[in-house]
Each structure stands twice: as structure tokens, then as C-alpha cells.
Design a protein around this ligand. Structure first.
Ligand SMILES: Cc1ncc(COP(=O)(O)O)c(C=O)c1O
Length: 400
């Protein structure tokens, strides 16, 4: 991985203060370019929502707003408040997630979010009662747990027993009950198979499944039109630097052909993308505080660990890594260095789980250098164990 020039310049400026460096650096130019590119290649009707769980920092919400995302996919009231504060009207929010509280549903109806993506019959009844209290009909999609599983994905959301949505085979019993609820306006399906998918064909298979379900529903219920179809997120990024990135053009072409072959032109198709939009707009940068040799392997101890960047440990992968050489004075004669070897990177936490990278080949590193982890703009600080050991929260610095 190459450290971008503006990121390096910022790190050198921060390091000049003499304080221990441990920060997220953001530059949302890649995210803005991706949103604009998707708008230019996707078939008519495809709307890109930013799944803000990937990174709720205001810089990312601003990037989504300014580069023309249709809206924000939210999964909590806290996310709703941040999205509104960033300039998205509630009408541009779509609300997903398997455990929406009555208060969250109340907020959604009162503020007129675009769609609530209902995940169970319980939620449908709860939402119906709340919408009745407002004398309104709430637009809903029904989330389906398809009998389909992308084995190679980093995280799967459908197939097998899942907490997400309603099992596909229960559709025939659940849908009539939802259609009978007078304050719900059923508009279509939400089927999200998996996150972190690099093979376009796998995600297109998911689209095909939803289209087949749509056809079955419309054949069975002549009054029902699924005019909104949500494919979820899932576009992957090349964490392992294989050179094989997700190909959005192939996805767009495949989806266009499929929409035409199923005769579904004129419908709205939602994409709720998190990782693909945000990942390459952020770097986790943490100072190497110590290097020691332990029984044949070098252990690199950084200022931040899973409290600030949990993803590599949680997903058992190494992120792209580059070392910014700082040429600090040595502290003592026998100080350990790294020269062309595979080492372990951990943080300062008192747990063996505090791993940033394992068996990572490093050309050269010394104490005082900065470890810069790439593709850290998505699911970085937001999914980390910040309170554990009460270290200071790392600053998030936006260069945009
Ligand atoms: C409902 C929903 N939509 C969208 C996303 C974003 O997924 P991704 O980051 O893979 O695009 C997620 C991720 O967990 C999700 O749960």
C-alpha cells in the first residue's frame, strides 16, 4: 500500500508536535468519486443510499450528501439524528435492522422516514399500531431471509437460521398478514445476502432471487406491486490486495440486463452501500511504541489496538499496511528493529485478542515509526471497543 501524499504530510505535521500519534485520517475524495461513478453507470431506477454504520463521521455524511447519494440507510435513532444533523431530511432515510425499539419506530413515523424495512411480524404489528396513532400509513418493505448464502463472504445475512428478516419459505403466511394491517403500505422486498462480496456474480444471484420472489408475489396477489426492491449492501473491497477489486460496471451491466429480462423497468432499486463507499477514504495511523523479540517472533506494540481498530481481529484478516518511517533517535543500544520479516502487530490492551495484524511482512520498521492501516474508512472506529482500558479516543482528522 502507498500512503497518499496528503495523508503523509498530515502525519508528519502531527508527529512534529512530539505527542504520541494515534489517529484516523480521512479524505473522502474516493467516496465522492465512487458515488458519482455509480450514478453514471447504474441502470435507471437504481438509488444509492449510504449505509452510515460503515462510518458515521460527519465528513462521510457530508460526502454522501454533496456527491448525490439518494439518502442514508439508518439502523438506530442515533444514526437518524446524525443523518438529519448532516442535512438529510427524514424523507431521505430508510430504516433497517432487526431490533427497532417502539421509540425508534415512533420517531420514524412521526418524522416520515421514506421506508421502514420490517424484519418480523412483531415489528409489523408494532409499527402498524404506532402509525394508527398518527392516523397515517407507513411505507414498508419486508426483509426476507432468502434460502441463499454466499459462502465466501466475510459476513452473511441470509441463508440458514438468521435473526434478519422473515424466512423466505414463510412468505406465504407472513405477507397476507402484513397486507391486512391497515396502517402499513407494503411497497416491496428487501433481501441482503452478504457483506464484503468481491464476486459480482454472487450479488447478481441475490438480485435474481429477489426478482423471482417479486414475480411470485405479484402473480399471487394481483393488487400488489413491489415497486421498491432493496438489494442491501455488500460490494466488497480488496483488503488482501489481490488486485481483484469489486467491478461495479459488471454489476451495473448484469443488473440492467436482469431488470429488462424480468420486465421490471420503472421500479425503484435500492442499494445500501457502506464498505465499498467508505473503506478507501480512511487510514488508521498508530505509532509503534515498542518492538520486542519473543520466542522467535517480533512483537510490535502500537499506541492503538482493538479499542480503536477492531476490524482486523474481528474478521481475522490483515488490512493493507504501510510503515511511515520517522527516523527517531534510538533509545538504547540493543533496541530491536524489524528488517524484512513477518511480525505480529498488537495494541496496548491487556488481552491476547488485541491484534492489529499477524504474520505481516514488513521491510523495515523502528520504534517511533507510524503504522498506517489502509481501507480503514469503513467499520473502523465505529465498530471498535473504545471503552476497553479507557484510552483516549483517537482524533478523526478530515483532510477533505
Ligand atoms: C441492513 C444493512 N444494509 C447495509 C449494510 C452495509 O453493508 P456493506 O457495508 O457490506 O455495504 C449493512 C451492513 O451490515 C446492513 O446490515
Amino acid at each position: 500500500m502507498q500512503i497518499p501524499a496528503n495523508v503523509e504530510a498530515k502525519l508528519r505535521e502531527l508527529a512534529a508536535s512530539g505527542r504520541t500519534l494515534n489517529a484516523y485520517i480521512y479524505d473522502t475524495a474516493p467516496m465522492r468519486a465512487k458515488i458519482a461513478h455509480l450514478a453514471s453507470i447504474m441502470p435507471a431506477g437504481v438509488e444509492v443510499y449510504y449505509a452510515m454504520k460503515a462510518n458515521p463521521h460527519p465528513a462521510f455524511l457530508k460526502a454522501a450528501l454533496e456527491s448525490g447519494a439518494r439518502g442514508i440507510e439508518i439502523a438506530s435513532l442515533g444514526e437518524a439524528e446524525k443523518a438529519v444533523a448532516a442535512g438529510f431530511s427524514p424523507e431521505r432515510l430508510i430504516y433497517t435492522g432487526p431490533g427497532k425499539s417502539p421509540e425508534e419506530l415512533e420517531w420514524s413515523v412521526a418524522n416520515r422516514v421514506h421506508t421502514v424495512h420490517v424484519e418480523s411480524l412483531t415489528e409489523a404489528h408494532r409499527l402498524n399500531a404506532i402509525a394508527a396513532g398518527h392516523e397515517r400509513k407507513q411505507k414498508v418493505l419486508l426483509r426476507i431471509n432468502a434460502d441463499f448464502d454466499i459462502h465466501e463472504a466475510q459476513t452473511t445475512f441470509s441463508g440458514g437460521s438468521k435473526k434478519f428478516g422473515v424466512d423466505e419459505e414463510k412468505l406465504d403466511t407472513v405477507l397476507p398478514q402484513i397486507l391486512a394491517l391497515p396502517h402499513l403500505d407494503f411497497r416491496g422486498l428487501h433481501v441482503y445476502a452478504a457483506s464484503g462480496v468481491l464476486r459480482v456474480a454472487d450479488l447478481l444471484k441475490n438480485c435474481e432471487l429477489v426478482f423471482e420472489m417479486t414475480q411470485r408475489i405479484e402473480a399471487h396477489y394481483p393488487d400488489v406491486v413491489c415497486d421498491i426492491i432493496d438489494f442491501g449492501g455488500g460490494f466488497g473491497v480488496d483488503y488482501l490486495e489481490t488486485g481483484e477489486d469489486f467491478d461495479p460496471q459488471a454489476y451495473a451491466d448484469g443488473l440492467k440486463a436482469m431488470i429488462e429480462s424480468y420486465g421490471l423497468q420503472g421500479r425503484a432499486f435500492m442499494l445500501e452501500l457502506g464498505r465499498y463507499l467508505a473503506a478507501d477514504s480512511g487510514w488508521f495511523c498508530t505509532e509503534i511504541l515498542d518492538i520486542k523479540e519473543s520466542r522467535g517472533k517480533k512483537q510490535v506494540i502500537c499506541a492503538g489496538g482493538i479499542n480503536h481498530f477492531r476490524r482486523p481481529a474481528a474478521l481475522a484478516i490483515n488490512h493493507p499496511l504501510a510503515i511511515l518511517r520517522m527516523e527517531r533517535p534510538v533509545l538504547f543500544d540493543d533496541q530491536v528493529s524489524i528488517r524484512g520479516e513477518s511480525v505480529y502487530f498488537g495494541g496496548p490492551l491487556c488481552t491476547g485478542a488485541d491484534k492489529l495484524a499477524n504474520d505481516e511482512y514488513v521491510e523495515a520498521a523502528d520504534i517511533g515509526d507510524i503504522a498506517v492501516f489502509g481501507l480503514a474508512g469503513a467499520y473502523g472506529l465505529t465498530m471498535s471497543n473504545q471503552e476497553f482500558l479507557s484510552h483516549a479516543r483517537p482524533p478523526e482528522i478530515d483532510l477533505t
